[in-house]
Design a protein around this ligand. Structure first.
Ligand SMILES: [Zn+2]
Length: 91
């Protein structure tokens, strides 16, 4: 019985990790996984499209991404030229 609980919680963490990697709320998916099943949590987070805006905001917070000064799209923080509008971003 204890093994089932450990495996259940372990796979619930994996579902939460997958949710976070796809830009969804990991706590919500973890709660769904604990109360229903980790498979239900995975189905919910894989059924929703990737939340690119949330992933971009996390990239800006971590310093991995910055906003282009011209087109306002997110680009890598050390990029010199924007991949979206081809303008120079030296600063
Ligand atoms: Zn741009």
């Amino acid at each position: 019985m204890d093994t089932i609980i450990v495996v259940w919680v372990f796979y619930s963490f994996i579902a939460a990790y997958v949710a976070d990697a796809r830009g969804h709320n990991p706590l919500l998916i973890f709660v769904i996984s604990i109360f229903f099943s980790p498979i239900a949590g995975l189905v919910v987070c894989l059924g929703k499209p990737i939340n690119q805006l949330r992933l971009d905001m996390k990239g800006v917070e971590s310093g991995r991404l910055k906003e282009c000064h011209y087109c306002k799209e997110y680009i890598k923080s050390d990029a010199i030229k924007c991949k979206h509008c081809n303008e120079n971003n030296y600063h």
